[in-house]
Write a protein that binds this ligand. Structure first.
Ligand code: G1P
Length: 302
């Protein structure tokens, strides 16, 4: 019987340059999607999947992240005094999701280096990595399937999504092979190679790596010797690529193909789409927003 996976690492040390000047003095992870910071959706996703020990890898300028997942005693007392219990519950929600741990990445040396910062926290356990820029809609979770695939095959499990050839250069791209029929999974492939952000012409497929990973502790030994790659950074993709030929010690590597709703909140357009979509589906805001949107769209120039 394998130990259940309860640990997750959430890298949140990025500079957020794509959202400047909004992120000059505020972490990009705190940008609200409707009325909740983007990062809270990710922590909620982890918690729902049973990942209740969460290590957030932060850096300079990220104090707000720790404050957000901590109690706000003065604010809570004030809301209690005023009898605003609904808002009080909202404020407390983020503090009850998981046990939060923090580590700091001293220099932004890349995603691989950020994950390596969590080696002590992870120990010998298998663990998940969730990237904050990818929001997976709570109605179509992927982590439970990834955990089931890990339990069946062992090794490493990534989430993959098919993208257009024009977009593959923004992602890690996977070379894939079918798995034996009758395994009980029809949306799972063996990953035989990985390239970080390849040119369209040299991409091994149109399967892009989504920001959800299930890793074993062997990844740390590989990360320790992984040389800086694309953009001069230590890439997690390069380290996982080393595992694709293994049958143990971190291998094999499988990919679960994700067909559900996902928003790229690291990108301005994706961020706006996520905000509008989620707001339009809310029972409090939705009716008025949808009415306004219909009128607004009518008046739009082509
Ligand atoms: C990172 C990874 C990349 C992956 C992507 C998913 O890139 O390096 O392999 O496909 O996340 O969102 P980033 O978007 O941080 O540049």
């Amino acid at each position: 019987m394998q130990r259940p996976i309860i640990k997750a690492v959430i890298p949140a040390a990025g500079m957020g340059t794509r959202f400047l000047p909004a992120t000059k003095a505020m972490p990009k992870e705190m940008l609200p999607v409707v009325d909740k910071p983007a990062i809270q959706y990710v922590v909620e996703e982890a918690a729902i999947a049973g990942l209740t020990e969460i290590m957030m890898v932060t850096g300079r300028n990220k104090r707000a992240l720790e404050d957000h997942f901590d109690r706000a005693t003065e604010l809570e007392a004030l809301l209690e005094e005023k009898g605003n219990l609904e808002l009080l519950a909202t404020v407390r929600e983020s503090t009850k999701l998981a046990n939060m741990h923090y580590a700091r990445q001293a220099f932004p040396r890349g995603l691989g280096d950020a994950v390596l910062t969590a080696a002590g926290f992870v120990g010998k356990d298998s663990f998940a990595v969730l990237l904050g820029d990818d929001l997976i809609d709570a109605r179509n979770p992927i982590l439970p399937t990834m955990i089931a695939v890990h339990e069946k095959f062992g090794g490493t499990v990534l989430a993959l999504m098919e993208v257009s050839p024009e977009k593959i250069s923004s992602y890690g791209a996977a070379a894939v092979a079918p798995i034996a029929p009758g395994s009980g999974f029809d949306n799972v492939m063996r990953i035989t190679g990985l390239v970080e952000k390849p040119a369209k012409e040299s991409a091994p497929s149109n399967y892009a790596v989504l920001g959800r990973y299930l890793l074993t502790s062997e990844i740390f030994d590989v990360l320790r010797v992984t040389k800086p790659g694309k953009s001069g950074e230590v890439q997690l993709t390069d380290a996982i690529a080393e595992l694709t030929s293994r049958e143990e010690k971190g291998g094999p590597v499988h990919g679960v193909i994700f067909n559900g709703l996902r928003y790229d909140t690291g990108d301005k357009l994706g961020y706006l789409q996520a905000t509008i979509r989620l707001a339009s589906e809310r029972s409090d805001l939705g009716p008025d927003l949808r009415k306004w949107l219909r009128e607004f769209v009518k008046g739009l120039p082509n």
